[in-house]
Design a protein around this ligand. Structure first.
Ligand code: ADP
Ligand code: ZN
Length: 224
């Protein structure tokens, strides 16, 4: 199974992918996490990427495509993978097509107002990347209880410290949503035309949504 999770920042791509990939025995590839690793290690790529990420802009295609291509060739991707945060532009999608054949694209939908609330309340583990969320949403038919660690500030999985990403502060979040609409949203039509798109409206937390997303991955995509 080779799947792409598409959707705006904060919609839950990373959370769902991190729970679904072990259940399906496939790799979870988050280009955001890969880039944050490079930044942390202060590699040449990391130093270049950081200035774009801090501004909420996209890292240039050639840098991300190169990184992704190397990652996809690793052994754990042989059984398949979920791409979370890639592709984000049409050139990235075209480059991907030359590397591998994708089975399904899941487009996750949620209103901006909820996205901003969720991103601002997001916390991530510095060590393993696990995602938590302090937001407690229950209105307009959307019920998303907070995703809290057992010990406040500490990751359940590895004990690592939880932190708020620099680009999860409100000013940068709005810029990222704009960038999403301009540069990434066109991919929805791109994949719809290829007959690969499945839309999933997000109405709940991972307990509710994970089975729905998995079902969407397994059933054949709707045709044009
Ligand atoms: P989110 O899904 O919450 O927006 P990510 O962790 O996927 O966050 O991405 C964080 C940042 O990393 C983006 O704002 C962008 O600067 C950079 N980035 C991640 N993936 C890509 C990509 N495929 N192309 C360009 N930039 C990317
Ligand atoms: Zn952790």
């Amino acid at each position: 199974m080779k799947a792409i999770f598409l959707g705006p920042p904060g919609v839950g791509k990373g959370t769902y992918a991190s729970r679904i990939s072990p259940q399906m025995g496939i790799a979870h590839i988050s280009t955001g996490d890969l880039l944050r690793e490079e930044v942390k290690k202060k590699t040449e790529l990391g130093l270049k990427a950081k200035e774009y990420m801090d501004r909420g802009e996209l890292v240039p295609d050639e840098l991300v495509i190169d990184m992704l291509e190397k990652r996809i060739r690793e052994k754990d991707c042989e059984n398949g993978f979920i791409l979370d945060g890639f592709p984000r532009t049409i050139p990235q999608a075209e480059a991907l097509e030359k590397i591998v054949k994708i089975d399904v694209v899941i487009n996750l939908l949620l209103k901006d107002e909820f996205l901003i609330e969720k991103i601002s309340a997001r916390r991530q583990c510095r060590k393993c990347g696990e995602i938590y969320n302090l937001a407690d949403i229950d209105r307009e038919g959307i019920k998303m209880p907070p995703i809290l660690p057992k010990v406040p500030g500490k990751c359940d999985k590895c004990g690592g410290e939880l932190y708020q990403r620099d680009d999860d502060k409100e000013e940068t979040v709005r810029e990222r949503l704009e960038v999403y609409k301009k540069q990434t949203a066109p991919l929805i039509e791109y994949y719809r035309k290829k007959g690969l798109l499945k839309e999933v409206r997000v109405t709940g937390g991972p307990e509710k949504m994970v089975p729905i997303v998995m079902e969407a991955m397994r059933s054949p995509p709707q045709t044009k």
